[in-house]
Write a protein that binds this ligand. Structure first.
Ligand code: NFS
Length: 661
């Protein structure tokens, strides 16, 4: 009998097998037991009022099927999508709001444990926001930046501050179709209003509003969060770290930070090195304190401090199953409620820290940025105190892989020319020359309904083989990291010859880890910079770039997919479509959106087809831009060692001012 693989990650699979032997249930078992409702899964179930739920199936299963109020299938499917996008936008934006208030409190001297770490980034953002910064005290500038960005949440009329960061042509498209967000909160409220019974029933109009509420995330919440996090904790630069379950240490206190908001985690990173706490750990018999991360909080502290990651969404229960985690401190989003029940079978303490996210059975230590250090210490002490309760049971796994992370927009710019000539010219030129075929943003969750992390791995290897540079975020990065893909060696072994040359010349991996899911905003600013640099498209639309979220599951992923589509990026999601039931909605999201915005949102369960569609989009964009036809293996069919002669040859072939070669 063929083995039923639940995770494509070998270490994860070993733990899952162990849990099966122990008869301990995980999300993988529940995913197999609970089949998705075929009506709800395709967007045909309306449950927004109490005349229903109306299930639009049966004799009138086509587009004309109606609920009790008369709402048609396209209306119902687009309303369902809108609620997902609104929730996703709200999640990222509420996170961003907390970051903005933390910056404000730090600037006012009220959150004494935090201060502006990256003054250069603060000035850069102040410049974008047209805030005077020269000669002013840093905290005054920080206060003005925080207040200006806080305005983005509550503004009633006008435009989000960052809309102007998009290329003009992209902005014009938004203007033409009326989807420029005014204020984040207003768009989310309006999305909820429009989807109330008896309001908006025109699928096209509803779907435009899906784009609007999602743009409020991409060019609002997420971008604000990325910028403020960089300002407070530093803009990432490449760091070396490790990934997978082997990061846990048998003889040290293992504390995991899990969730999304980085302020508390930053403070924990700081306090675990305090001599008193290390001494305290030693007094309990441990050799030290070992901090690891999970999901996007992991990505935040990995990008800035090289804190190792145990992986993404589907790895969280498995971390507890190692038996080595003394405490897991969670903040918000993507935290499985199953953790508390599971932790009872082990010694792990689950610590909740946000008033927004409480779990029955967890220890609650509420985070307050005004007392961040004190609270961080308290959490570390809980983990230390629990070390002696560690039992021997658990699936102890030693697998771990090196990871290079930390590719911010700023660093990518810097690596292409150094301090004085930083630009996107070399990247654009490498694409123009066909050395790099295109760019794919590989993002989104991992999912227990398929052999989890497998699609990320398949697409990552296939795309780089085809000379496609990958930028990854969120659990896409975690899936690549825990498979050992986030290293420069990956380019030597798996990348196509053109991409390999570029990677070798700069010394970068072919998969660039950009950060957490809110850092998908870095993809927007990178694409905007590439448009501004010239030689490719003069807007985000039309670039040889595609977004892929092969294992998505969260509402945040829908919001991300939609803001990328509205910005001009064709996006392909894996799995079955949540609007599958309506052909009209599917048509609007693919054909109509592409016509208007040069972006689209597809759902495609077949991984081979995802790959094919992505490459087709890239090649068509190259053709429309009149770039050289991509020829596989054209560049350096044999492995080229980049000696000076080779560099000169390359420089001749490309434009003379190329900096990275
Ligand atoms: Ni993104 Fe990050 Fe992961 Fe999915 Fe959840 S952790 S914010 S939503 S599961 S990628």
């Amino acid at each position: 009998m063929e083995k039923n693989i639940k995770s494509a990650n070998e270490a994860a699979e070993k733990i899952i097998e162990w849990s099966e032997e122990q008869k301990i249930e995980t999300c993988f078992d529940r995913a197999q037991r609970l089949k998705p409702c075929p009506i709800g899964a395709t967007g045909a179930c309306c449950r927004i009022c109490h005349m229903g739920p109306c299930r639009l199936v049966g004799a009138h299963a086509e587009e004309e099927a109606r609920g009790v109020c008369g709402a048609t299938l396209p209306t119902v499917a687009s309303r369902n999508l809108m609620r997902m996008a609104a929730a996703g936008s709200a999640a990222h934006s509420d996170h961003a709001r907390d970051m903005a208030f933390t910056l404000l409190a730090a600037a006012n001297g009220e959150a004494k444990d935090f201060k502006v770490k990256d003054v250069k980034k603060l000035y850069r953002i102040a410049g974008i926001l047209e805030i005077e910064f020269e000669g002013r005290p840093v905290n005054d500038v920080a206060r003005d930046v925080a207040m200006t960005l806080i305005e983005d949440f509550r503004r009633q009329k006008g435009e989000l501050n960052y809309i102007k960061r998009a290329p003009l042509k992209t902005q014009e498209r938004w203007k033409k179709w009326g989807i420029i967000p005014r204020g984040v909160d207003r768009e989310i409220t309006e999305a909820m209003h429009r989807t109330h019974i008896g309001v908006d029933h025109d699928p096209d109009n509803l779907l435009l509003s899906v784009l609007k509420v999602s743009l409020a995330d991409g060019w609002g919440g997420s971008m604000i969060s990325t910028d403020i996090t960089d300002i407070l904790f530093g803009t990432p630069r490449p760091v070396k770290a490790e990934a997978s379950f082997g990061i846990f240490k048998e003889d040290e206190v293992n504390l995991v930070v899990h969730g999304h908001e980085p302020s508390l985690a930053e403070m924990i990173v700081d306090v675990v090195n305090e001599p008193e706490l290390i001494e305290y750990a030693k007094s309990k018999g441990a050799k030290g304190i070992n901090l690891g991360g999970m999901c996007c909080t992991a990505n935040e502290v990995l990008m800035r401090h090289g804190i190792p990651t145990a992986g993404g969404f589907t790895n969280q229960e498995l971390a507890i199953l190692t038996g080595l985690v003394d405490a897991i401190s969670v903040d918000v989003q993507c935290i499985m409620p199953a953790l508390t029940e599971l932790s009872k079978k082990f010694h792990t303490k689950v610590i909740t820290t946000s008033h927004k996210a409480k779990f029955p059975g967890a220890t609650h230590i509420e985070y307050d940025e005004h007392r961040a250090r004190e609270i961080a210490r308290k959490i570390v002490r809980v983990a230390i105190d629990n070390y002696s309760n560690r039992k021997t049971e658990g699936s102890h796994i030693t697998d771990k892989f090196p990871v290079i992370a930390g590719f911010s927009h700023e660093y990518i710019e810097y690596m292409q020319g150094g301090r004085w000539r930083a630009s996107f010219r070399p990247l654009n030129d490498a694409i123009i020359a066909g050395r790099i075929r295109g760019i794919v943003g590989l993002a989104g969750c991992d999912n227990p309904r398929i052999p989890s992390q497998g699609l990320h791995r398949f697409l990552a290897t296939e795309l780089i083989k085809d000379d496609v540079l990958i930028v990854s975020t969120g659990c896409g990065s975690a899936a690549c990291g825990t498979a050992g893909y986030l290293t420069p060696e990956m380019a030597l072994e798996h990348a196509g010859p053109g991409l390999r040359e570029v990677c070798e010349a700069i010394g970068i991996p072919p998969i660039l880890h950009l950060g957490s899911c809110v850092d998908n905003s870095r993809i927007l600013t990178i694409l905007a910079a590439m448009a501004e640099e010239g030689g490719l498209s003069d807007e985000i639309g039309g670039m040889p770039g595609v977004g892929i979220a092969p294992e998505w599951m969260s509402e945040k992923a829908i919001s991300i997919g939609c803001y990328l589509a509205a910005s001009g990026v064709p996006v392909i999601f894996g799995g079955e479509s949540p609007v599958e039931a309506s052909k009209e909605v599917t048509r609007i999201m693919t054909e109509v959106w592409f016509e208007r915005f040069r972006g689209a949102l597809h759902f495609e369960p077949d991984p081979e087809k995802i790959l094919h569609l992505a490459l087709e989009y890239i090649d068509k964009a190259r053709e429309a831009l009149k770039l050289k036809k991509y020829e596989p293996g054209k560049f350096g069919a044999e492995r080229v060692l980049m000696d000076m002669a080779a560099r000169r040859e390359l420089e001749k072939a490309a434009k003379p001012h190329i900096g990275i070669y």
